[in-house]
Design a binder for this molecule. Sequence first.
Ligand code: DGJ
Length: 695
Amino acid sequence: MNIIKQDNNIFILETENTHYVIGIDEIGYNHHIHWGKKCNPADYYINDIGDENSNHTMLDEYRQELTPFGQTMYRDCDIKAEFDDKCREINLEYIGSSSTKDTLSLTFADKYYPLEITLHYQIFEGLDIIKRYSTLKNTGTGKICFERISSAQFNLPSVKPYTFRNTNGAWGGEFIESNNILDGGYTIFESRRGASNHNNSPYFIAYQNADENTGDVYFASLAYSGNFKVSCSRDLYGVTRVVVGMNDFDFSHTLNGGESLDTPPVYCGYTQGFGDMTRQMNRFCVNHLLPKQFNNETLPVLYNSWEATEFAVNVKQQTELARLAAKMGVELFVMDDGWFGQRKNDRAGLGDWYVNKEKFPNGLDELINAVNELGMDFGIWVEPEMVNADSDLFRAHPDWAYHYPNRKACELRNQLVLNMTREDVQDYIFNVLDDLLSNHNIKYVKWDMNRPFSETGAENLENPKMYSYLHTMAVYSIVDKLKELHPDVAIESCASGGGRCDLGALSHYDQAWTSDNTDGIDRMTIQKGYSLLRPTKTMRAWVTDIAGINKPCSLDFRFAVAMQGSLGIGGDLTKYSVEDLEICKKNIEIYKQIRDIVQFGDLYRVLDIEKDEVLLNQYVSEDKSKAVAFLLANGTRFYKKRIPVCFKGLDDNKQYKLTVQNKTYEKSGAYLAAIGIPLHIRGVDYNEVIQIEEV
Ligand code: DGJ
């Protein structure tokens, strides 16, 4: 790992296996030179930009790290601004660099106007991940109004088309993979809904001839939970570029004199195959991105009451659920929606964060104490950014929700979005949550957010189009402040399932709720999408009573799916038979033996449920002494003969022991990877959790 600065103003970011190379030419223009395998540093040089004619401009061909709007730049730019005198051109020149052993900053200033832009890069020991972001600074006294601010631009090396993998999901079907070949024009992945949403993910994965283990894979993930835009393009010269950052939809950002803005960071990398991409990002997130309190801790097995009791929570039935959960080995009991205000259904109560006395006549502590006496921690659900019109909060402060005075605001799920850009709203939310955590022994908060934004009028702001950015920053800052004051409380990001689990959210929250779809079969696909560029341990996965909507599956099967993240239980345990409770207990015990490997290990997606009809996901400990493989199938379509099932990611030279289909084998890592074990996988509800150990 190194930052190499050459005499000819060429900067090389040397990661574990890659080079990322930038150059500054004599006239101060920035050039992207290379991203990919390492070459001899002395060979890098700045290419001629080429000729111009009346319609072919020099800038058309240019590969840049930073493209401001101006001159003859017609493609997607990184930064577009209007200065005080209405000039909309930015004209930058290079003014200098600074570097340490793992960071590089390149600064540019406008030739006339008071705008300075610094590009920041950071590399990380043992990884091929690069962090990028920019700082925009208004060095004058007047205003600068930005219409577009990206975090980074990427130029991909090959002139052949790349395929872009993203997710094309929805509520209940998050992270469903999509793959688009980009031959020419633009492909956009974005959110316009206020938060990062269930549909597209704020990242790109661009690949050529790639599978899990081979082929060129370029990726970059934006750490931002507001409206984002990933704009991918391929021009006539075959150059594929991607601009990643905040969405310019319904957006502008004002910097007054002396103010500056750090853009949300992007984490990017180049790997051979999707598998290494996932493993790099997983390690990076655990070691460098997740909040420090719990990044190195194994997450507890939790129980969540939502699917069992919905809004009808009360002290008696929650205590009964807690008793059953404790018996099976659950470590954290989380009471979901319904405990506060007049919350009998989703039509009332949001915003009134006081305990409902009909449901909890003696307050929350009666339940919390019972849970603690059963040996479990207690967690609670909140939805701080929202308000029901039927609530004391809204009656007292109707102006606290985003609105336009002469427009009716849409009430999706009967609720409105609080204007978190207001300081009084921020103070109210912070104080309510701080009181809750200060007055009760709560160790876990599930922070939900159940609707997208609309009618985002914010009269308090001079520039209301900054709402998505300011709202997002306010949420992050409240979460950070709560964590600082209550360092033993873990916080989960939930947004109607997986509507806000981008790397921005995961820089502040400790984990995320993946999807409201807890169907064991659907989850295999949803979890694969989650796993691509998000860390395993943040993926909360519950076993519930949804026993396969289209293809029934057993409790064991559902456990084998949910154990591939941070395990939770969410069924109505009061209806479970003695045998079912025993199955839960057995599986929770197994999970406790393997969760270190799952939560911190390297994931190898060996067989894909969509393509192979069989799922084999294998998690391998960092020292390769242990692994756990989840082998699942539910109704293979044709009579499957024995197939050799290979186990990946092990040490070729180590000897391992594993038991599968009731037979124990002792084989080397090399044998298991190349030859494997012939297994007969057929029928419905096939599931095995295979523990592999070095002998
Ligand atoms: C949506 C979440 O995804 C669910 O898990 C649950 O917490 C409900 N909201 C509660 O309203």
